[in-house]
Design a protein around this ligand. Structure first.
Ligand code: AMP
Ligand code: MG
Length: 332
């Protein structure tokens, strides 16, 4: 069932219905500022199991628990260090997820058996209001089939999950457009697990020290964030990142493949050969780019592209979340 709501002032009757479905153990897809989430009652292991089944998500990939405020988050953690308080004050509600040692009430199904739990207070008025009305913590990964491109509109959710979901709350497109930044506060040093639109510089400005996950897979602190090592966020089409220094040659080679009968689209920052089509011209600022990225990948998949050329994006920290998603989309 698809229920439209006003993105800024969601209708209370619709929220009450969706909240009731959540409390009863059902699945509700809803907009957050990052991407659409597939929500279930986080303290009900059977409801949580339905998320994994609907997504085809491997059980080793833990879920983010969404709550209405920092107090509710704190109740799900067994420790609340100063860094958690400072980051929650600075970035919640917003696109930052904190990983903390978990409280005993959080089921193993949510955390994939880990002793830690990922917590976030979303800023989207619909998500925020739904959590308030439901009055329960809601586990919600992105509302797509596992490994596919995350949904940033209700139409994407419907296309990917269809009747595997009890209710889809349609609150329009998601403004941020890529998944939240994830930082772990469960180990000896605060560690960035997943880059997003809250950058490592933003985090360091609030708590000082933030480590990147160690590149050495044998190091003691190198346990990567589960679910982050594989192909992920990938369209059906093959993705090729086009490096700036080799752009003309790469585009010419692709254009010759088009002459040979392949359909090759592009996500471009600059003008490209007209044989590359369709081309989606991407915004040159990271916030605009992130907001457009997944919808653009969905559009090129829907256009039946065999391959997608994507102009490499700048190297600076503000683009780290986007570089990460592009790298994963290109991974085979
Ligand atoms: P998604 O819900 O699809 O955006 O993915 C959630 C991601 O958050 C997972 O793939 C993990 O990378 C990360 N995550 C969730 N829970 C934990 C945890 N307890 N420890 C470390 N990372 C986590
Ligand atoms: Mg996901």
């Amino acid at each position: 069932m698809l229920l439209k709501v006003h993105p800024d002032h969601p209708e209370p009757a619709t929220l009450a219905h969706a909240a009731q479905v959540l409390r009863a153990g059902g699945l509700v897809a809803f907009p957050t500022e990052t991407v659409y989430g597939l929500g279930a009652h986080a303290l009900d292991p059977q409801a949580v199991a339905r998320i994994f089944a609907a997504k085809g998500r491997p059980s080793y990939n833990p879920l983010i628990v969404h709550v209405a405020d920092a107090d509710a988050a704190r109740r799900l953690a067994s420790q609340w260090p100063d860094e958690a308080r400072l980051l929650a004050d600075a970035f919640w509600p917003g696109p930052l997820t904190l990983v903390l040692p978990k409280d005993g009430a959080v089921p193993d199904a949510v955390t994939a058996g880990l002793p830690s739990v990922a917590l976030r207070v979303p800023a989207h008025p619909v998500a925020y209001a739904l959590l308030r009305v439901a009055g329960i913590p809601v586990a919600a990964p992105s509302a797509n089939r596992s490994t596919q491109v995350s949904p940033t509109t209700a139409a994407h959710v419907l296309q990917g999950l269809g009747d595997r979901v009890d209710v889809i709350v349609d609150g329009g497109p998601c403004p941020v457009g890529i998944e939240s930044t994830v930082i772990s506060l469960a180990g000896p040093r605060p560690t960035l697990l997943r880059p997003g639109t809250v950058s490592i510089d933003d985090l360091r400005a609030v708590i000082g020290d933030v480590a990147l996950p160690s590149a050495d897979p044998h190091a003691a602190d190198a346990r990567p964030s589960p679910g982050m090592m594989d192909r992920h966020y990938a369209p059906r089409a093959t993705v090729r990142i086009v490096p700036g220094e080799d752009r003309d040659r790469a585009i010419e080679a692709a254009a010759r493949e088009v002459d040979g009968g392949r359909r090759i689209g592009g996500l471009m920052l600059h003008e490209a050969d007209p044989r590359i089509a369709p081309v989606i011209r991407m915004p040159a600022d990271p916030a605009g780019y992130a907001s457009r990225l997944y919808a653009a990948l969905h559009e090129l998949d829907d256009a039946g592209c065999d391959a997608i050329l994507i102009d490499a994006v700048p190297e600076d920290p503000a683009w780290a979340g986007i570089r990460d998603r592009l790298r994963r989309a290109a991974h085979r």
